[in-house]
Design a protein around this ligand. Structure first.
Ligand SMILES: *[C@@H]1O[C@H](CO)[C@@H](O)[C@H](O)[C@H]1NC(C)=O
Ligand SMILES: *[C@@H]1O[C@H](CO)[C@@H](O)[C@H](O)[C@H]1NC(C)=O
Length: 208
């Protein structure tokens, strides 16, 4: 809704721009009423009209450029979520999307708390980071996916002596509108879920 507001504002601004340029440039002036005017005169007035139209088009396109710029600069997508389920999650028997249920920040509503999936609302460069905590008795492996394509991961092998694991990873990614990002827990691995330990965050760095 915030984006729609910006777009509406932009349209209003360009409408006003084009109105004022229309007044400046006499596009709306009626053609000479003198039926006896020479064809040279008609040609002159036609030329003037074309020039005025060209000026108007230039002004409109400048307005549109600034609108677009303002709109892009004002689009904000920022999220941070935590697993929110207290205790050990896993080991799972298939690769499973980790659902982060506790929302810390979700500006732009691009992260879905039921599916665990972030969907890019606009094309651009995004930054993602994910951290986990786990006990050391099983493997831990979290994989960041972009539309089912592995991007980066974080992993720790089981160990009897090392009783607590912490890991994470981060990446800058260029996404198209609609691209989906999510974290999968690999089969036979586990993480420790809580309101604080295991998190997934991301934000739109710049639109492209
Ligand atoms: C599970 O994920 C791993 C990458 O973490 C991948 O190599 C493997 O093929 C996946 N297995 C299945 C059954 O999708
Ligand atoms: C969030 O994900 C759930 C489960 O996949 C789906 O039913 C729902 O429509 C999604 N919500 C939005 C706003 O896309």
């Amino acid at each position: 809704t915030e984006m729609k507001m910006h777009l509406l504002l932009c349209l209003l601004v360009s409408f006003c721009c084009s109105l004022s340029s229309a007044q400046d440039s006499d596009v709306s002036k009626p053609a000479a009423s003198d039926k006896d005017s020479s064809s040279a005169g008609e040609l002159e007035s036609l030329k003037a009209k074309v020039e005025a139209l060209e000026n108007l088009m230039k002004k409109v396109s400048i307005c549109m450029f600034f609108c677009n710029f303002l709109h892009k600069a004002s689009t904000k997508v920022i999220f941070s979520v935590a697993v929110g389920e207290e205790g050990v999650i896993g080991p799972v028997d298939t690769n499973t999307t980790l659902i982060y249920e506790r929302v810390l920040t979700n500006i732009g509503d691009a992260y879905n708390t039921s599916s665990g999936i972030f969907t890019a609302p606009v094309a651009g460069v995004y930054y993602f980071t994910f951290f986990y905590h786990a006990g050391g008795e099983y493997d831990s492996k979290l994989v960041l996916y972009k539309n089912h394509e592995l991007v980066v991961l974080t992993q720790d092998h089981p160990s009897k002596s090392d009783t607590a694991d912490n890991g994470g990873n981060a990446v800058f990614l260029q996404l198209q509108q609609g691209d989906q990002m999510f974290v999968k827990m690999e089969y036979d691995t586990h993480v420790y879920g809580s309101d604080y330990h295991t998190t997934f965050s991301g934000f739109l760095v710049t639109q492209m």
